[in-house]
Design a protein around this ligand. Structure first.
Ligand SMILES: [Ca+2]
Length: 363
């Protein structure tokens, strides 16, 4: 097994592989005979980059930069169109730190659906420079990804390797007049550019090549998908303790997949600090909790009419029932999966680890 840092880990015999898996993750192998499992299991290479927004990828439709290796993975693998980060990373500061009061942000509409222009009107040379640097970083990552793919090819391992390319969360480069991610505003935001990530999986012969999938997925699902590919599963105790909402989507993207998205969930849930979001195909509800609420109210966006999330329509009478239904779904999801000792609703009671936490800055 080769890690993203290039370190070779000698997985040795099947027994040592099994012990390593169990020791590292609390996993156990499934019920099939061990020899059969070993033959089915691929090498797994996961490339998880920092702050790479889905919008900044050629294979996701951006023609302003070239990412031939991500394109190659997409052409020969599965491209997840609606991949989200369930909890945007709050443990590290973004490279371009910025802070602004949410109320003061001009929510302009410089880009409509189907027309990707990633600079706001009236852009300055500095904004061009920042975008150019961001694109350069993405293309550098793509180049390094190509080196990894070449290494796998030259070692003869490419055919039996599941390659996953994804990111921890998105990023804004002037989108909505903002820079960085969910912490670009106080309180924190759930704008699509902040939470939508690239997610591409390639595994020849096991994952359908060149397919795009629109059902919503996140990293909780990716974890289970990787376990599935490795023919491993969590022990009952580990699974019960984690109580993750994640599910493997390997059956939905695999060769000869017969199941379709009807059996998959139709909503994506996120938590970021003490705010939560549920997003369906059509709508996005953001709920804020005390002490932010009621000073900062909840938000509802109709993404069909307003894909740029410029009009909070939660106060409109004809949306009350819709907002209520989404709120009920949100509550049910977190009631089922929340770990009380780690609940985002209590995050203000936790030690500060970042001087610019958007949920504190807003107070
Ligand atoms: Ca990050």
């Amino acid at each position: 097994m080769r890690t993203t840092e290039g370190t070779l880990i000698d997985m040795g015999s099947d027994i040592s592989r099994r012990r390593l898996l169990q020791a590292a993750t609390g996993l156990s192998l499934g019920a099939k005979p061990l020899a059969q499992k070993a033959a089915e299991r691929p090498n797994i290479l996961v490339v998880l980059t920092d702050d790479h927004g889905q919008w900044a990828s050629h294979c996701y439709g951006n023609r302003e930069l070239v990412t031939p290796n991500m394109d190659l993975l997409a052409e020969t693998g599965a491209l997840m169109q609606n991949a989200y980060t369930p909890v945007p990373s709050a443990r590290r500061r973004a490279p371009h730190s910025g802070q602004a009061a949410f109320r003061d942000i001009p929510m302009e509409t410089y880009a409509g659906p189907g027309k990707a222009i990633h600079l706001p009107p009236g852009d300055s040379a500095a904004r061009h420079e920042q975008l150019a640097q961001y694109y350069a970083a993405v293309m550098y990552v793509d180049e390094q990804l190509g080196i990894l793919i070449d290494e796998l090819e030259s070692s003869g391992d490419l055919a039996n390797t599941l390659i996953v390319y994804t990111a921890d969360h998105g990023h804004m480069n002037g989108h909505h007049g903002l820079y960085t991610k969910g912490n670009a505003t106080a309180p924190q935001n759930f704008l699509e550019e902040s939470i939508r990530i690239p997610c591409i999986l390639r595994w020849p012969g096991r994952i359908n090549a060149g397919r795009k999938h629109s059902f919503p997925v996140d990293h909780c699902d990716l974890f289970q998908t990787i376990l599935d590919a490795a023919c491993a599963r969590e022990t009952k105790g580990a699974h019960g303790k984690r109580n993750s909402p994640g599910r493997s989507y390997l059956p939905l993207i695999g060769e000869n997949a017969t199941r379709d998205k009807q059996i998959w969930r139709d909503a994506q849930f996120c938590e970021y600090g003490n705010a939560r979001m549920v997003r369906t195909d059509r709508r996005k509800l953001i709920v804020r909790y005390p002490p932010h609420a009621p000073r900062f109210g909840d938000e509802l966006y109709d993404l069909a009419d307003d894909p740029r999330e410029t009009r909070n329509v939660i106060g409109e009478a004809n949306n009350r029932e819709i907002a209520k239904q989404l709120h009920t779904r949100l509550d049910a999801h977190f009631a089922n999966h929340e770990e009380p000792e780690h609940s985002g609703r209590d995050i203000l009671k936790r030690p500060r680890y970042n001087p610019n936490e958007p949920w504190r800055v807003a107070l």
